[in-house]
Write a protein that binds this ligand. Structure first.
Ligand SMILES: Cc1ncc(COP(=O)(O)O)c(C=O)c1O
Length: 471
């Protein structure tokens, strides 16, 4: 973690450093590294973080040593002034890139106006944010329920499906991620628990994944047809009258960026209609530009009943998520109370950030940029890596790609974690940050990445992969 890459311009570096000035002075007794600079400050920050912060999904004695002090566009800096091209977008959410001036300005303006408005009260920013989100949703969507993030968006979508169908089971897929919330409402001790207590059943099915087919398929067509048959047979075996919703990521993200074969989502739509099941598209990761379209299902010409979103809607500048609700489901609650809510539903700072983010994405062609970068740069350059003996499969779209690494191309045995760690370390030392999941490297930069930055990053990755293959 010590290499400073040279391509960051002097003014970018200066701006990055200026953003840090004053930070230490404002801190109280727990301030970190007041009188330190450069690498010493960086080390002090990491040490203080590791000793005080309890980290997600981690054994606390085995945390990565990496700090972020500032960023701009698709580039990050640490406290020592080192800089990286970012192929991670943090948790695949900073679609608009770091420190977009229009979003920062909108948050500043909202800070001056009012910083908290209860969800039951009308507020201009909230109404505008809902309107802008609905403008990008397919026809027939009418309302937006705002949440704090993606997990509670999915919680509320499942709740909506259960309430409108009067059924309780949700079908979702193995190899998916839908969030990290549990049983808070069922632990609740007032009336709000009661309409939610029947939320019991979860059933899983395998989705299409031709490279490691569960269905002995050899073509995308076979994989698609058999995955759909498996879904329908599971529904019949469980009892269609018990199934409220089918919840699926339009493109499974964390599980491996598996773009579904043509016809799969349309087939799910057909099955959902046949059995009166609500189709919920989880667009938390795939939505708002990641796949090179506003929503990933739009590339598959399918319309779900509920759409969940978070991450890219305002690139996480202020936490936000939500459910976009189709008219039929929205009107079910015209006279019936919806038993769900959150203190920060439609928080004004998050709403201001949504309005500014979507406006900037529209004005600056950011979704189109993601599409073009995928088609013209990432797709061809990553495809060329297939000659490397460690590369089993490259797949993706837009700025949403996975490189699946194998020890043996014939058997497709996943490459050992230690070897992925060494590839990732080499990239980091040469100025590129990218996420590793199981035996895959994910290439998921901000949608604003330039062709030059994308090519530079792939060159670093290609070099690291070649060296690992030669070891
Ligand atoms: C597809 C998908 N759904 C839901 C979530 C949960 O979102 P959050 O972490 O904002 O609660 C994630 C997070 O990565 C996700 O990728």
């Amino acid at each position: 973690m010590s290499t400073t890459i040279s391509s960051a311009t002097a003014s970018e570096k200066k701006a990055s450093t200026q953003r840090l000035v004053g930070w230490e002075e404002d801190c109280g007794a727990a301030a970190v590294g007041h009188d330190l600079t450069g690498a010493d400050l960086d080390a002090a920050v990491i040490e203080a973080d590791h000793s005080r912060v309890f980290h997600s999904w981690s054994a606390q004695n085995h945390l990565p040593s990496f700090s972020v002090a500032s960023g701009f566009g698709a580039r990050l800096w640490d406290y020592a002034g080192n800089s990286w091209i970012d192929f991670s977008s943090q948790l695949i959410n900073v679609n608009i890139g770091y420190q977009h001036p229009r979003v920062i300005e909108a948050i500043h303006k909202q800070l001056e106006a009012i910083t908290m408005v209860a969800p039951s009260t009308s507020n201009k920013q909230r109404a505008e944010a809902a309107g802008m989100i609905l403008e990008h949703a397919p026809a027939g969507f009418e309302k937006v329920f705002f949440t704090n993030a993606g997990a509670d968006a999915n919680e509320n979508a499942m709740r909506l499906a259960r309430l409108v169908t009067g059924r309780d089971k949700i079908i979702s897929r193995y190899r998916s991620y839908h969030g990290n919330t549990g049983a808070a409402i069922v632990a609740t001790g007032d009336w709000r628990r009661i309409p939610n207590e029947y939320a019991r059943g979860h059933v899983h099915v395998f989705g299409p994944y031709l490279y490691r087919s569960e269905f002995w398929a050899t073509t995308p067509e076979e994989e698609c047809a058999r995955a759909l048959q498996h879904l329908e047979h599971t529904i019949i075996a469980e009892g269609p009258e018990t199934i409220a919703g089918i919840l699926l990521e339009s493109v499974p993200g964390t599980a491996g960026i598996m773009v579904p074969p043509p016809g799969y989502l349309a087939g799910v739509r057909k099955i959902a209609d046949k059995y009166g099941i609500v189709m919920i598209a989880d667009e938390v990761m795939a939505g708002f530009g990641r796949t090179g379209s506003w929503f990933a299902f739009q590339k598959q010409d399918v319309v779900p009943d509920l759409i969940t979103f978070a991450k890219g809607v305002n690139s996480g500048y202020v936490p936000a998520g939500g459910v976009i609700i189709s008219s039929r489901i929205a009107h079910f609650f015209d006279e019936t109370v919806f038993p769900g809510g959150l203190t920060y539903s439609g928080h004004p700072l998050a709403m201001a950030a949504i309005v500014a983010t979507i406006t900037a994405m529209e004005d600056e062609g950011i979704v189109e940029n993601a599409d073009q970068i995928g088609e013209k740069v990432l797709g061809p350059a990553l495809g060329a890596l297939s000659d490397n003996p460690l590369v089993g499969e490259v797949r993706g779209t837009g700025v949403f790609w996975a490189v699946e690494l194998v020890a043996d191309k014939e058997t497709r045995e996943p490459l050992a974690a230690s070897r992925l760690a060494s590839i990732s370390k080499r990239c980091e030392e040469r100025g590129l940050i990218l996420p590793v999941h199981d035996n895959r490297i994910h290439v998921v930069p901000p949608c604003v990445i330039t062709a030059e930055e994308a090519s530079q990053g792939i060159e670093i990755l290609a070099g690291a992969l070649s060296e690992e293959a030669e070891r």
